[in-house]
Design a binder for this molecule. Structure first.
Ligand code: KIV
Ligand code: NA
Length: 263
Protein backbone atom coordinates (compact mmCIF):
# COMPACT_ATOMS: atom_id res chain seq x y z
CA UNK A 1 0.00 0.00 0.00
CA UNK A 2 1.22 3.51 -0.83
CA UNK A 3 1.46 5.90 2.14
CA UNK A 4 -2.06 6.99 3.00
CA UNK A 5 -2.65 10.73 3.45
CA UNK A 6 -5.72 12.94 3.59
CA UNK A 7 -5.41 13.28 -0.20
CA UNK A 8 -5.71 9.50 -0.51
CA UNK A 9 -8.96 9.53 1.45
CA UNK A 10 -10.33 12.42 -0.64
CA UNK A 11 -9.39 10.58 -3.83
CA UNK A 12 -11.13 7.43 -2.56
CA UNK A 13 -14.27 9.46 -1.90
CA UNK A 14 -14.17 11.03 -5.37
CA UNK A 15 -13.70 7.61 -6.95
CA UNK A 16 -16.57 6.19 -4.91
CA UNK A 17 -14.20 3.61 -3.39
CA UNK A 18 -14.84 2.94 0.30
CA UNK A 19 -11.85 2.76 2.67
CA UNK A 20 -11.40 0.87 5.92
CA UNK A 21 -10.31 2.08 9.35
CA UNK A 22 -9.61 0.17 12.56
CA UNK A 23 -8.60 1.07 16.08
CA UNK A 24 -5.08 0.06 17.13
CA UNK A 25 -3.35 0.36 20.47
CA UNK A 26 0.03 -1.29 19.98
CA UNK A 27 2.74 -1.82 17.35
CA UNK A 28 2.07 -5.51 16.58
CA UNK A 29 -1.65 -5.20 15.83
CA UNK A 30 -1.00 -1.91 14.02
CA UNK A 31 1.45 -3.72 11.72
CA UNK A 32 -1.05 -6.53 11.08
CA UNK A 33 -3.81 -4.03 10.24
CA UNK A 34 -1.57 -1.98 7.99
CA UNK A 35 -0.35 -5.09 6.16
CA UNK A 36 -3.98 -6.06 5.63
CA UNK A 37 -4.43 -2.82 3.67
CA UNK A 38 -6.46 -0.92 6.26
CA UNK A 39 -6.08 2.72 5.31
CA UNK A 40 -6.58 4.46 8.67
CA UNK A 41 -5.57 3.38 12.18
CA UNK A 42 -7.20 5.11 15.15
CA UNK A 43 -5.72 5.26 18.62
CA UNK A 44 -9.18 5.62 20.12
CA UNK A 45 -10.01 6.56 23.68
CA UNK A 46 -12.02 3.32 23.51
CA UNK A 47 -8.77 2.04 25.00
CA UNK A 48 -10.27 3.06 28.34
CA UNK A 49 -12.86 0.33 27.84
CA UNK A 50 -11.13 -2.41 25.84
CA UNK A 51 -7.65 -2.16 27.41
CA UNK A 52 -8.22 -0.60 30.82
CA UNK A 53 -11.61 -2.14 31.62
CA UNK A 54 -13.45 1.08 32.44
CA UNK A 55 -17.19 1.47 31.81
CA UNK A 56 -16.63 4.57 29.66
CA UNK A 57 -13.90 6.50 27.84
CA UNK A 58 -13.87 9.34 30.39
CA UNK A 59 -11.00 8.15 32.63
CA UNK A 60 -8.50 8.06 29.75
CA UNK A 61 -5.72 10.63 30.08
CA UNK A 62 -3.61 12.45 27.51
CA UNK A 63 -0.58 10.49 28.74
CA UNK A 64 -2.43 7.18 28.20
CA UNK A 65 -3.22 8.17 24.62
CA UNK A 66 0.29 9.47 23.94
CA UNK A 67 1.79 6.19 25.16
CA UNK A 68 -0.38 4.09 22.83
CA UNK A 69 0.17 6.55 19.97
CA UNK A 70 3.94 6.13 20.23
CA UNK A 71 3.48 2.33 20.23
CA UNK A 72 1.16 2.35 17.20
CA UNK A 73 3.33 4.87 15.33
CA UNK A 74 6.20 2.34 15.29
CA UNK A 75 4.06 -0.30 13.59
CA UNK A 76 1.68 1.72 11.48
CA UNK A 77 3.41 1.15 8.13
CA UNK A 78 1.69 3.08 5.33
CA UNK A 79 -1.59 3.61 7.17
CA UNK A 80 -2.71 7.09 8.25
CA UNK A 81 -2.58 7.53 12.03
CA UNK A 82 -5.62 9.21 13.59
CA UNK A 83 -5.66 9.84 17.35
CA UNK A 84 -8.42 10.80 19.79
CA UNK A 85 -8.27 13.88 21.97
CA UNK A 86 -9.37 12.67 25.42
CA UNK A 87 -12.31 13.87 27.50
CA UNK A 88 -11.99 17.56 28.46
CA UNK A 89 -9.15 18.34 26.08
CA UNK A 90 -11.69 20.77 24.64
CA UNK A 91 -12.25 22.49 28.01
CA UNK A 92 -10.37 25.55 26.73
CA UNK A 93 -8.81 26.70 23.49
CA UNK A 94 -5.37 26.72 25.06
CA UNK A 95 -5.67 23.19 26.39
CA UNK A 96 -7.03 21.97 23.07
CA UNK A 97 -4.02 23.35 21.18
CA UNK A 98 -1.52 22.02 23.71
CA UNK A 99 -3.05 18.56 23.90
CA UNK A 100 -3.28 18.30 20.12
CA UNK A 101 0.37 19.38 19.94
CA UNK A 102 1.32 16.53 22.28
CA UNK A 103 -0.58 14.02 20.15
CA UNK A 104 1.12 15.25 16.97
CA UNK A 105 4.53 15.01 18.66
CA UNK A 106 3.68 11.43 19.69
CA UNK A 107 2.98 10.53 16.06
CA UNK A 108 -0.60 11.52 15.25
CA UNK A 109 -1.27 12.62 11.67
CA UNK A 110 -4.93 13.49 12.17
CA UNK A 111 -6.57 14.39 15.47
CA UNK A 112 -10.17 13.43 16.28
CA UNK A 113 -12.34 15.52 18.56
CA UNK A 114 -15.90 15.06 19.79
CA UNK A 115 -18.21 18.07 19.84
CA UNK A 116 -20.93 19.79 17.90
CA UNK A 117 -21.03 23.16 16.10
CA UNK A 118 -19.51 24.91 19.13
CA UNK A 119 -16.21 23.12 18.35
CA UNK A 120 -15.87 25.28 15.22
CA UNK A 121 -13.49 27.83 16.78
CA UNK A 122 -11.24 25.13 18.20
CA UNK A 123 -11.15 23.31 14.88
CA UNK A 124 -10.33 26.57 13.08
CA UNK A 125 -7.40 27.25 15.41
CA UNK A 126 -6.06 23.69 15.10
CA UNK A 127 -6.19 23.60 11.30
CA UNK A 128 -4.57 27.03 11.10
CA UNK A 129 -1.61 25.57 12.96
CA UNK A 130 -1.29 22.55 10.72
CA UNK A 131 -3.22 20.03 12.79
CA UNK A 132 -5.78 18.26 10.59
CA UNK A 133 -9.00 17.44 12.41
CA UNK A 134 -11.65 14.74 12.24
CA UNK A 135 -14.89 15.88 13.91
CA UNK A 136 -16.80 13.05 15.65
CA UNK A 137 -20.60 13.55 15.62
CA UNK A 138 -23.73 11.53 16.37
CA UNK A 139 -23.17 9.25 19.36
CA UNK A 140 -20.21 10.87 21.12
CA UNK A 141 -19.09 8.49 23.91
CA UNK A 142 -17.46 11.26 25.96
CA UNK A 143 -20.95 12.69 26.54
CA UNK A 144 -22.54 9.32 27.36
CA UNK A 145 -23.72 10.49 30.78
CA UNK A 146 -25.52 13.41 29.20
CA UNK A 147 -26.97 11.30 26.39
CA UNK A 148 -28.26 8.78 28.94
CA UNK A 149 -26.50 5.78 27.41
CA UNK A 150 -25.03 4.47 24.17
CA UNK A 151 -28.06 5.20 21.99
CA UNK A 152 -28.67 5.77 18.30
CA UNK A 153 -28.66 9.51 17.50
CA UNK A 154 -30.66 11.35 14.85
CA UNK A 155 -33.66 9.05 14.57
CA UNK A 156 -36.00 12.06 14.51
CA UNK A 157 -35.85 14.58 11.68
CA UNK A 158 -34.96 17.51 13.91
CA UNK A 159 -31.88 15.93 15.49
CA UNK A 160 -30.85 14.45 12.13
CA UNK A 161 -31.03 17.91 10.56
CA UNK A 162 -28.96 19.29 13.43
CA UNK A 163 -26.23 16.67 12.98
CA UNK A 164 -26.04 17.46 9.24
CA UNK A 165 -25.87 21.20 9.94
CA UNK A 166 -23.18 20.72 12.60
CA UNK A 167 -21.13 18.63 10.17
CA UNK A 168 -21.36 21.43 7.58
CA UNK A 169 -20.35 24.06 10.15
CA UNK A 170 -17.32 22.04 11.28
CA UNK A 171 -16.18 21.39 7.71
CA UNK A 172 -16.49 25.13 7.00
CA UNK A 173 -14.32 25.69 10.10
CA UNK A 174 -11.65 23.42 8.63
CA UNK A 175 -12.46 19.81 9.61
CA UNK A 176 -10.82 17.49 7.07
CA UNK A 177 -12.87 14.41 7.97
CA UNK A 178 -16.21 13.75 9.68
CA UNK A 179 -16.88 10.63 11.74
CA UNK A 180 -20.48 9.61 12.43
CA UNK A 181 -21.27 7.09 15.15
CA UNK A 182 -24.60 5.27 15.56
CA UNK A 183 -26.93 7.18 13.28
CA UNK A 184 -29.56 5.91 10.83
CA UNK A 185 -28.14 4.81 7.48
CA UNK A 186 -30.23 7.50 5.74
CA UNK A 187 -28.45 10.22 7.75
CA UNK A 188 -25.03 8.67 7.02
CA UNK A 189 -25.83 8.86 3.32
CA UNK A 190 -27.16 12.45 3.55
CA UNK A 191 -24.05 13.72 5.37
CA UNK A 192 -21.68 11.96 2.99
CA UNK A 193 -23.53 13.32 -0.05
CA UNK A 194 -23.67 16.87 1.34
CA UNK A 195 -19.96 17.13 2.11
CA UNK A 196 -16.80 17.25 0.00
CA UNK A 197 -14.71 15.74 2.81
CA UNK A 198 -14.56 12.01 3.58
CA UNK A 199 -17.16 10.75 6.07
CA UNK A 200 -16.24 7.72 8.20
CA UNK A 201 -19.03 5.73 9.81
CA UNK A 202 -19.45 3.28 12.68
CA UNK A 203 -23.03 2.12 12.81
CA UNK A 204 -23.82 4.80 10.20
CA UNK A 205 -24.83 2.52 7.34
CA UNK A 206 -23.13 1.49 4.08
CA UNK A 207 -23.34 4.81 2.23
CA UNK A 208 -20.51 6.69 3.92
CA UNK A 209 -16.98 6.94 2.53
CA UNK A 210 -15.13 4.87 5.11
CA UNK A 211 -15.97 2.33 7.81
CA UNK A 212 -14.37 1.99 11.24
CA UNK A 213 -14.61 -0.66 13.95
CA UNK A 214 -12.96 -1.29 17.30
CA UNK A 215 -10.30 -3.99 16.88
CA UNK A 216 -11.56 -6.10 19.75
CA UNK A 217 -14.99 -6.31 18.11
CA UNK A 218 -13.46 -7.42 14.79
CA UNK A 219 -11.68 -10.20 16.69
CA UNK A 220 -14.72 -11.19 18.75
CA UNK A 221 -13.15 -10.19 22.06
CA UNK A 222 -16.20 -8.19 23.09
CA UNK A 223 -17.55 -8.36 26.61
CA UNK A 224 -21.13 -7.67 27.58
CA UNK A 225 -23.69 -6.58 25.03
CA UNK A 226 -22.44 -6.61 21.44
CA UNK A 227 -23.56 -3.52 19.53
CA UNK A 228 -25.62 -4.20 16.41
CA UNK A 229 -23.05 -2.62 14.07
CA UNK A 230 -20.10 -4.90 14.94
CA UNK A 231 -19.01 -8.10 13.25
CA UNK A 232 -16.60 -10.78 14.41
CA UNK A 233 -14.40 -11.30 11.35
CA UNK A 234 -12.17 -13.80 13.15
CA UNK A 235 -15.08 -16.25 13.31
CA UNK A 236 -14.68 -16.91 9.56
CA UNK A 237 -10.90 -16.47 9.35
CA UNK A 238 -7.87 -18.58 10.27
CA UNK A 239 -5.89 -15.92 12.06
CA UNK A 240 -5.83 -12.26 13.05
CA UNK A 241 -4.13 -11.20 9.82
CA UNK A 242 -6.80 -12.81 7.65
CA UNK A 243 -9.57 -11.43 9.84
CA UNK A 244 -8.23 -7.90 9.24
CA UNK A 245 -7.87 -8.61 5.51
CA UNK A 246 -11.40 -9.95 5.35
CA UNK A 247 -12.77 -6.85 7.10
CA UNK A 248 -10.83 -4.63 4.68
CA UNK A 249 -12.04 -6.56 1.64
CA UNK A 250 -15.64 -6.63 2.83
CA UNK A 251 -15.58 -2.85 3.25
CA UNK A 252 -14.03 -2.39 -0.21
CA UNK A 253 -16.63 -4.65 -1.82
CA UNK A 254 -19.45 -3.01 0.17
CA UNK A 255 -20.32 -6.36 1.75
CA UNK A 256 -19.85 -4.74 5.17
CA UNK A 257 -21.89 -3.27 6.76
CA UNK A 258 -24.85 -5.41 5.78
CA UNK A 259 -28.49 -4.56 6.52
CA UNK A 260 -28.26 -6.34 9.88
CA UNK A 261 -25.50 -3.97 11.06
CA UNK A 262 -27.41 -0.77 10.29
CA UNK A 263 -29.96 1.48 11.98
O1 KIV B 1 -12.43 5.53 20.54
C1 KIV B 1 -12.80 4.93 19.53
O2 KIV B 1 -12.47 3.75 19.30
C2 KIV B 1 -13.65 5.65 18.57
C3 KIV B 1 -14.26 4.86 17.46
C4 KIV B 1 -15.33 3.96 17.99
C5 KIV B 1 -14.77 5.71 16.37
O3 KIV B 1 -13.84 6.83 18.71
NA1 NA C 1 -13.16 7.67 20.72
Amino acid sequence: MKTVTLSTLRARKQAGEPFSCLTAYDASFARAASEAGIEVLLVGDSLGMVLQGHASTLPVTLDDICYHTRCVARGKGASLLMVDLPFMSNSSQERLLQDAGELMRAGAELVKVEGEAWMADGIRELTRRGVPVCAHLGLTPQTVYQLGGYKVQGRDAERAGQILEDARTLVDAGASVILLECVPASLGRAVSEALEVPVIGIGAGPDVDGQILVMHDVLGVTHGRTPRFVKNFLAEAEDVQSAFRRYHEDVKARRFPAEAHCF
